[in-house]
Design a protein around this ligand. Structure first.
Ligand code: CP
Ligand code: NVA
Length: 305
């Protein structure tokens, strides 16, 4: 594993290795056991979009590992004024030990990896959000002990979170069901990937059908970053795609609810369901830190992973 560009690139074994290492690093963090595995290493963090969790968890995680994180706003970099990503990648590779990037086009992340010579971590693109899904899988395994026999259900926009959850969920052995409006389906590359999983994957436009007997219910915002101009249109298209009491009644009585955050109460999830499952949702947010520390160690100090 040289980079973390998308869940499609990871094997099941690599996913489990990341989760196992994340468990270990979480234990060490909680018990005050120092783990300066990345001492002397630097991580550049390029942000072309806003962030709370990704920025703070990467920055803190790098500090806890003994390394140094640099926040690089695209507004201040020459990349924001049109310097090609190919050149940025080759220059930053001379200074840094790794790059985390949050941007729009997946191609930009893939180009950084192709032209640079250091590990690249995808901190969210329009196509996927692998760091979030690794944290989600860590949280599910913590709460349910295993992925075997579990059904994961995603309701809402077939966006970057849907694309990554479908791939991650199927790769670790869960059944995955999705409910999206017809015009907001997951990416075709992901739909093609699901074909090898037969009945373990299903997609419908009926949320209650997708939620039937689910063990984990997930959703995400109806309008992702960069889609602000479509907010009103999307509110109409997604009106029936809310995680509410009806959805929870269709799922198993002990079903978890997860949300990558930020959440819009009253839109993709009701206030009541959100607050009833707040402990799971905020454990999920915390697990960004632990999962990403594992990713950074695996990529920047593989002999320690
Ligand atoms: N879930 C997530 O990636 O949050 P941020 O946008 O705050 O980083
Ligand atoms: N789908 C959302 C996820 C935010 C973490 C977005 O891209 O804005």
């Amino acid at each position: 594993m040289k980079h973390l560009l998308k869940m499609l690139d990871l094997s099941q074994q690599e996913i489990f290795e990341i989760l196992d290492l994340a468990d270990k690093l979480k234990y060490q963090t909680k018990h005050g056991i120092p783990h300066p595995i990345l001492q002397g290493k630097t991580l550049g963090m390029i942000f072309q979009k806003a962030s709370t969790r990704t920025r703070v968890s990467f920055e803190t995680g790098m500090y806890q590992l003994g390394g140094y994180p640099l926040f690089l706003s695209a507004n201040d970099l020459q990349i924001g004024r049109g310097e090609p990503v190919q050149d940025t990648a080759r220059v930053l590779s001379r200074y840094l030990d790794g790059i985390m990037i949050r941007t729009f086009a997946q191609k930009e992340v893939e180009d950084l990896a192709e032209y640079g010579s250091i590990p690249i971590i995808n901190g969210l693109t329009d196509f996927c959000h692998p760091c979030q899904v690794l944290a989600d899988l860590l949280t599910i395994r913590e709460k349910k002990d295993t992925f075997d026999g579990l059904k994961m259900c995603y309701i809402g926009d077939g966006n970057n979170m849907a694309n990554s959850l479908i791939v991650g969920g199927l790769k670790v052995g869960m059944e995955v069901s999705v409910a999206c409006p017809d015009d907001y389906q997951p990416d075709q590359q992901v739909m093609d990937f699901t074909k090898q999983y037969g009945n373990a994957f299903s997609i419908t436009d009926k949320p209650l059908e997708a939620a039937a007997n689910a063990d984990v219910i997930l959703t995400d915002v109806w309008s992702s970053m960069g889609m602000e101009s479509e907010i009103e249109k999307r509110k109409i298209a997604f009106a029936g795609y809310q995680i509410n009491d009806d959805v929870m009644a269709a799922a198993h009585s002990d079903a978890m609810v997860m949300h990558c955050l930020p959440a819009h109460r009253g839109e993709e999830i009701t206030e009541k369901v959100f607050e009833a499952h707040a402990s799971e949702i905020f454990d999920e947010a915390e697990n960004r830190l632990h999962a990403q520390k594992a990713v950074m160690v695996k990529l920047m100090m593989p002999e320690e992973a």
